[in-house]
Design a protein around this ligand. Structure first.
Ligand code: DC
Length: 221
């Protein structure tokens, strides 16, 4: 199987790039953040008041995860319950970032990701794909853009303009800091990752860049 790893900063456009590239290649794309989000939904259902290592260990023990696709939409089913429509809730964004640092949970997610990569030609997108999950990926990209460009993209996506540009910029800097400084699997380019700074590039140009890098490596699709 051919595995492409894409990691990168918040707002770097890595999800859009992963989808676009996968479409061009006829590959599957796995949004790994959605799996952490699915775990957070199932954890919320337990109504636990606090989060500690023992609790996460018990939680992870009897969890069964199924991923399936409906067109472009990646479903996450945990113990038979489809959580897909809840994945983007704000409460889930916060809870997923609280439970994702626990090693026992990351290990469970890692196995799901590895299993997917073994079964399919895929573009896998996340934060630690090239460095931890798929160290032997055929090619690795680390996507970034300047803080201002990433904040501007977020600001334009934020349709109701409930947040100012400066609030978005501040939030983005805080998330970068948390991602880069957490103890377990911090966000950083793998040693052999190709850095793609797409500050001044369109999506098509970014996809082209990745395809050219693949061709240069002799990856024939
Ligand atoms: O990419 P996202 O916002 O959907 O990710 C949700 C959470 O999961 C985020 O807090 C970081 C975590 N995550 C992670 O730790 N490792 C990944 N490979 C993907 C996401």
């Amino acid at each position: 199987m051919i595995n492409i790893a894409i990691d990168g900063h918040v707002g770097s456009g890595k999800s859009t790039l992963a989808r676009g590239l996968a479409q061009k290649l006829g590959f599957h794309v796995l949004d790994t953040g959605a799996i952490y989000r699915g775990f957070a939904c199932a954890f919320r259902d337990r109504r636990s008041q606090n989060i500690d290592e023992q609790m996460i260990e018990n939680f992870v023990k009897d969890i069964k995860v199924d991923i399936f696709f409906e067109g472009d939409l990646q479903h996450v089913v945990i113990n038979g319950k489809d959580y897909t429509k809840h994945l983007r809730e704000e409460e889930i964004s916060v809870l997923s970032s609280k439970i994702s640092p626990f090693p026992v949970l990351r290990e469970k997610v890692r196995l799901i990701q590895r299993d997917f990569a073994d079964k399919y030609n895929c573009v896998m997108e996340g934060r630690d794909i090239g460095s931890v999950v798929l160290p032997n990926a055929d090619i690795k990209f680390f996507v970034t853009a300047s803080e201002e460009v990433r904040a501007k993209r977020r600001f334009e996506q934020n349709k109701d303009k409930s947040l100012t540009f400066n609030e978005i910029l501040k939030d983005l800097r805080e998330r970068d800091y948390r991602d880069e400084h957490r103890k377990v699997a911090p966000l950083k380019p793998a040693d052999d990752a190709i850095i793609l700074d797409n500050s001044n590039m369109t999506l098509e140009q970014s996809i082209d860049f990745c395809l050219k890098c693949m061709a240069k490596k002799g990856l024939k699709i």
